[in-house]
Design a protein around this ligand. Sequence first.
Ligand code: TYD
Length: 130
Amino acid sequence: MTFPYLFELPKIIDSRGNLSVVENHKEIPFDIQRVFWIYDVPTNILRGGHAHPNSEQILIAVHGRFSVTVDNGKKHETFMLDKPNQGLFIGNNIWREMSDFSDGAVCLVLASKPYDPTGYIRNYDDFLNS
Ligand code: TYD
């Protein structure tokens, strides 16, 4: 199982404003089936706190900054996302928590599966036993 990793996305630098882009199976190692974004997060709020047995995701800080702590049950690591041309790949069965959102931060999530409310493990002990 691949541990989450940060990777660089293309950045097309332009005096008119920069542009970043992703395509399925190019920068993204799966077919994107869903896109959602988290924003207007108050200070000191923790988002996430769950794992998905069957949904890979890529998180991008399209604006502002936030931290993501990922945990595979054996080790954990905290990544700080603060660049719109950087993605954090999170594979299946990874516990994740997002915190320390800056004012105006926007967390864009590209997911490999449609929304499925049954596709969550929300209890950490259940996650460890899964
Ligand atoms: P959730 O994934 O629980 O967010 P977080 O773990 O960051 O708190 O989702 C919050 C709410 O949004 C929950 O009621 C389900 C709903 N939701 C959808 O309807 N579709 C989606 O694709 C997602 C991600 C969430």
